[in-house]
Design a binder for this molecule. Structure first.
Ligand code: PLP
Length: 392
């Protein structure tokens, strides 16, 4: 039996529970205030005011101005919008700098830009070391006159490793190059103050910070040119056509407000739980290895490889105890290929295959950590007994 026989949800980098306060904030915009914010009547106009308020709250969390925030449908749309806008703004520039460990939202877009356009664009993918960190000298050398945009994630979804984005943005700005960061995993987990940074575009996604799925944000620094990805009506000041997903936008505003109020205190509690889980697993299970930098890492994420066992098999056994985690990113699970992130870090095949990502949230408890710490050694030992390679 799990504590209270509930699901133990440790897959928060895949998606998060919508906070009860957030559900309460959005419900009136599904039930009563269903007007179109573009309508002339007061009924619609009030909805427009709610969007304005949400924009203010998102900007507050990011240290941005409300006019720098546009609402999108997801993190993926925000990423595409930023990168494609830069290429359209500077059609003479054909080079993109990114990393080998980006989420498919950026990775696959860059691949398509190379192949579908018949190699019109050139992409430099920065290497990472064994801890998932970048080489800043390689980055500096990659920036050229031809570079239209740099797109580097702030925090990695699989390992939680945090890149030195403020410094990288400064270096891009010094060379007059636009800088985009996919901050989908970082927002709400680490403090961000955009007014003091040289970031031109930033993407975030509602469902990673206790708002619903299907809403995201693209931050566009004041004064930057922007070519819309979705053309249509005049919504979002002409920068993103399409009737607004009002209830989810209101929800995202409330989630950002909560994150701003509680982030520091809650993240330190989450980090203590994560550290207890991580240290316990590494101590109790032989041949278990932490993937990613020990300290430059999100407070909620622990990616651990259990050598000589298959991640999928571990997940199935965990599932029997109602423990939810993930092997690789949610988007790549289902394929038996080891994660491109762990491969880029040089994690050996035997370890990459047995990697599990635990990603916690404010809703996890110490009781749950104790339960997982009691179950995992038993699961790993039973699976290793079946492995012809295990000589334990
Ligand atoms: N970027 C990162 C780093 C992510 O972790 C994710 C989702 O897992 C995305 C982008 C895509 O966000 P969305 O699901 O909102 O499209």
């Amino acid at each position: 039996m799990t504590p209270n026989d509930k699901v133990i949800y440790m897959d928060n980098n895949a998606t998060t529970r919508v906070a009860p306060e957030v559900v309460a904030a959005m419900m009136p915009y599904l039930e009563e205030s269903y007007g179109n914010p573009s309508s002339m009547h007061t009924f619609g106009g009030q909805v427009g005011m709610a969007i304005k308020e949400a924009r203010r709250k998102v900007a507050g969390l990011l240290g941005a101005e409300p006019g720098e925030i546009i609402f999108t449908s997801c993190g993926t749309e925000s990423d595409s919008s930023a990168i494609l806008s830069a290429l359209r703004t500077y059609p003479e520039k054909r080079h993109i700098v990114t990393t080998r460990v980006e989420h498919p939202a950026v990775k696959n877009l860059c691949e398509n830009l190379e192949t579908i356009t018949g190699h019109k664009y050139r992409v430099t993918r920065l290497k990472v070391d064994g801890e998932g960190m970048l080489d800043m000298a390689e980055y500096e050398a990659a920036l050229t006159e031809d570079t239209a945009i740099v797109s580097v994630m702030w925090a990695n979804n699989e390992t939680g490793v945090i890149f030195p984005v403020p410094e990288m943005a400064r270096m891009a700005k010094a060379r007059g190059i636009l800088f985009h960061t996919d901050a989908v995993q970082a927002v709400g987990k680490i403090p961000i103050d955009l007014k003091s940074l040289d970031i031109d575009f930033l993407s975030l996604s509602g469902h990673k910070l206790h708002a619903p799925k299907g809403v995201g944000v693209l931050y566009i620094k004041r004064g930057r040119l922007f070519v819309p990805f979705l053309n249509g009506g005049h919504q979002e000041h002409g920068r993103r056509g399409g009737t607004e997903n009002v209830a989810s936008i209101v929800a995202l505003g409330r989630a950002c407000e909560l994150a701003r109020e509680k982030m520091v205190e809650e993240n330190s509690r989450v980090k203590k739980l994560r550290d207890k889980l991580e240290e316990g697993l590494l101590a109790e299970i032989p041949k278990s290895i932490l993937n990613g930098h020990k300290t430059a890492r999100l407070p909620n994420t622990a990616n651990i490889s259990f050598e000589f066992v298959e991640g999928e098999a571990i997940l199935l056994h965990m599932n029997q105890h109602r423990i939810c985690a993930s092997s690789g990113s949610a988007c790549t699970s289902g394929s038996l290929e080891p994660s491109h992130v762990l491969r880029a870090m040089g994690v050996p095949f035997t370890a990459a295959h047995g990697s599990i990502r635990f990603s916690l949230s404010v809703y996890n408890t110490e009781e749950e950590i104790d339960f997982v710490l009691a179950k995992m050694p038993v699961i790993i030992e039973s699976l290793r007994k079946l492995s012809p390679f295990w000589k334990g």
